[in-house]
Design a protein around this ligand. Sequence first.
Ligand SMILES: C[S@@+](CC[C@H](N)C(=O)[O-])C[C@H]1O[C@@H](n2cnc3c(N)ncnc32)[C@H](O)[C@@H]1O
Length: 381
Amino acid sequence: MTNFKFIDLFAGIGGFHQAMRSLGGECVFASDIDENAINVYKNNYGIDARHDITKVDAKDIPAHDVLCGGFPCQAFSNAGKKKGFDDVRGTLFFDVKRIIEYHKPKYIFLENVKHLVKHDNGNTWKVIKQNLVDLGYVLTKEEIISSPHEIGVPQNRPRIYIMGVRKDLTDKEYLEIKKPSGDAKTSIYDVLDEKVDEKYNISEYENKILTAWNEFKININKDVYGFPVWVEEFGKDYDYSSFPDWKQEYVKKNRQLYLDNKTFIDSWMKKHDVQDFKLRDKKFEWQAGAEYKTVWDTAIQLRQSGIRCKKTDYFPALVAIVQTPIIGRYRRRLTPREAARLQSFPEDFILDSVDQHAYKQLGNSLNIELIKFYAKQMFNQ
Ligand SMILES: C[S@@+](CC[C@H](N)C(=O)[O-])C[C@H]1O[C@@H](n2cnc3c(N)ncnc32)[C@H](O)[C@@H]1O
């Protein structure tokens, strides 16, 4: 399909817009309520997306061939469940539904977190599917859950891609959509710039804690752990029998780790003032396997639940909450431009000038190349 019209609901900074435009689409309507995202959308596409979709009458939306939307995921009411899974009122999916009902676009393409299928014990997903089928759309038989790293982009971001083709356009009972072969090799270094502003460097404190953990990792390589290392358990002997099983296991292993390496750990703690670390930085998780030797070889996340070191084949999913990964080798964070590459935004895309906004918007967005990969198949059913 070429020269088609599309609408971009929950548009954000226009991940869908980019994908559809590059396939020959023209955007005739976009909607969002986030002030900063609306500005970025305007700067890039010249379209004013300032519409709260719950307040837009479907008849005021121009006719279109494709409806796109990464709608926020909400549970449906108990009342709805009792009425036979059809009541979606009060949710944003309801707005998607009434627009589809009015316009009957040829194609629909929705995107969401993969958890959608498990949400509310599977009820949410059941309701959505049933509604789309009742509206006259052919869907895939199985859910399509896919991630950009499967097409060679170094980000692990499993998401559900929901595609629907209007019944009169296909003879198929179910859409035939293939997933990528999945064996694409990726590396985080593919999206990184050589020189970036110093403001992305890790702080002195971050350098200090990571240097300490690096020394720990090099000296205690005990089968690369397999459990999170908790400084708070070193040398402790209080009763932990009331803890849940998994926690008892971790406590036991940490206490043993300490006993087995007491001399080193005691002097390590003293040397690096480990007791003064923030509580979350006293927890360390090695998720990079045996082939990575040092902290500085990995991609690092400073999480509320502790420091996590991962392999550098791909980054974990960018998320809207700010937890920008650190590239160990360069002792710096990913820049917004590099984050944009993880979502396959073009180099001339105008990002929000405030980094924190840009990270959030990119974390909310989607991978453009993956949308194209699936949309092309949907248009060929
Ligand atoms: C997960 S993000 C989708 C991002 C988008 N796919 C992109 O590529 O950037 C969901 C968006 O829905 C927007 N949103 C939430 N409630 C809305 C409403 N009532 N009307 C329009 N947009 C809304 C949020 O502001 C957010 O930008």
